[in-house]
Design a protein around this ligand. Structure first.
Ligand code: ZN
Length: 499
């Protein structure tokens, strides 16, 4: 009678005596000789974990047995759990070999094909499974505990590296790359850069893997702010690793990501030395000022703004005009109490207007549905052959665009209170840091700021500014006392976002 032998060890067992593949093979061969079987073939599974489903040799064994069931009488294994660690799998395998008429004999366990024998096999299988479960539970519990203590136990994200603390426990620490993470958040939190622009900046700085997906993962990862978010626990857990950005920055970024789009995009290139060029007007002739460098008598270079009109001599030093403008912007930064009151009023009005908004949402939804139905009809005509391919293309492309636009519109009317709050928070940040934002920005942004606050004409003469129009919000927020803040319908915050 012929026998096949199947041996398998997990990596861990290999180190232990008597568990080695060779040891198993030896024991199986001896067992076969004792029982009077001739060994036909040996299947050896090398270095696989108990959990690995993909056991090639076991598959080969099953295939071989199916093809040679007539000549094979028994399958010899060292222990039942060699076949499968999971009770259900083991029972299935026993059944498979049972239907082939091949008996399975374990070298180290009871082989009685009696009720008791079967039960013992079941119990062995159960224990093998129990052991497996305990192992994975131990790992999970360990991780849970680590997370609860604020220890991140998975891979370190970009900007961090894996290291160990004094007790040799895993700890992530800021890596060289962290400067790129900081830069990305700094740029993003201003609300003035699109993610794709930040991606480009990072790529330029040598972060090859930067792409929109990468950027989104980066900006939404609370680990950078020293917070752990994990499905096992609600909310955030304070992490023990060193944060590389503040929580304030992180949450500001989240508001920008989830709130209404509030970023202001560039319109064109401008001379970096003269942000007020073509913005300030000549108080004498109303012409737009331009900027230039010139060399003085002492050969020192100095910059100034001057009127472009022929014959007009208006001229002001760059340093003088810009620092005066900075101070002027500062005067538009509202008092905190005014700002808080403004926020309350806006939210109240918003709540009152909610019913209007719902109506609007329903209208857009209805229109979208109508467009989609139209698309369905066209598709049907195409399928029926009523439409030529060309006619279909012509009709369908336009319709698809319309549907897309409608979907965007719907997204835009669907603003919930959180969005409004996010929006307001950004607005507050913007108006209270107006001058600093202007001073620290690049020229394109500066120009957009300027025209946002002063959408109309602005003049500088004899140390003071004169304007023909200031954005509504700044007029309203310039109130000297809460009583002065007379807002009936505070639509004034909109220009900030539309700009
Ligand atoms: Zn002039």
């Amino acid at each position: 009678m012929k026998a096949v032998i199947y041996c398998r060890v997990s990596t861990k067992e290999q180190a232990e005596k008597g568990y080695s593949l060779e040891g198993q093979e030896d024991a199986c061969r001896k067992f076969a000789a004792q029982q009077g079987f001739e060994v036909d073939r040996i299947f050896m599974e090398r270095g696989e974990s108990a959990k690995t489903q993909d056991r090639t040799e076991l598959k080969n064994l099953a295939q071989y047995c199916a093809l040679n069931k007539k000549k094979i009488s028994v399958l010899i294994i060292w222990k039942y759990d060699r076949l499968a660690r999971n009770l259900a799998d083991q029972t299935d395998l026993l059944k498979v070999f049972g239907t082939l008429g091949i008996r399975i004999l374990s070298v180290t366990e009871n082989n009685e094909d009696t009720a008791v024998g079967k039960m013992i096999r079941n119990i062995i299988g159960t224990f093998a499974q129990f052991e497996n479960d305990v192992k994975s539970e131990r790992t999970t519990n360990g991780m849970r505990q680590a997370i609860q203590q604020g220890r991140w136990c998975w891979r370190a994200p970009f900007g961090y590296k894996q290291s160990r603390d004094l007790n040799n426990k895993p700890l992530i620490t800021p890596a060289e790359d962290s400067k790129h993470v900081i830069k990305a958040f700094q740029l993003f939190e201003t609300g003035l850069h699109r993610q794709i622009e930040i991606v480009q900046k990072l790529r330029k700085a040598g972060v090859k893997k930067a792409n929109p997906n990468f950027m989104n993962r980066l900006l939404t990862n609370p680990l950078y702010a020293g917070l752990i978010e994990c499905k096992w626990f609600p909310g955030y857990i304070n992490a023990i690793h060193e944060p590389i950005i503040t929580q304030d920055t992180f949450f500001k970024a989240q508001q920008l990501l989830t709130g209404k789009k509030v970023s202001l995009m560039p319109r064109g290139r401008n001379h970096p030395d003269f942000p007020l060029r073509r913005f300030m007007r000549c108080p004498k002739c109303d012409g737009k000022l331009t900027g230039a460098w010139s060399t003085g008598r002492n050969k020192k270079k100095y910059a100034h703004y001057h009127c472009f009109t022929k014959g007009c001599s208006y001229n002001v030093r760059k340093a003088v005009l810009e620092s005066a403008f900075f101070e002027y912007l500062k005067s538009f930064q509202p008092r905190p109490d005014i700002l808080n009151l403004f926020e309350k009023i806006v939210i109240d009005v918003w709540k009152a207007q909610q019913s209007e908004q719902i109506k609007e949402e329903l209208r857009v939804e209805k229109e979208l549905k109508a467009l989609q139905e139209k698309q369905n009809r066209i598709d049907k005509l195409m399928i029926e052959g009523t439409f030529s391919e060309e006619a279909y293309k012509r009709n369908s492309e336009d319709l698809k665009n319309q549907i897309l636009m409608k979907q965007i519109e719907l997204n835009e009317v669907k603003i919930d209170l959180n969005d409004v709050e996010a929006c307001l928070n950004y607005c507050k940040f913007f108006v209270s840091n107006l001058a600093q934002l202007w001073a620290s920005s690049e020229v394109d942004l500066r120009q957009r700021f300027q025209s946002l606050v002063f959408p109309d004409k602005i003049y500088y003469e004899k140390g003071t500014f004169r304007t023909t129009g200031t954005a509504l919000i700044f007029k309203q927020l310039a109130a000297k006392s809460p009583e002065e803040l007379n807002l009936v319908a505070p639509t004034g915050f909109e220009p900030v976002f539309d700009g």
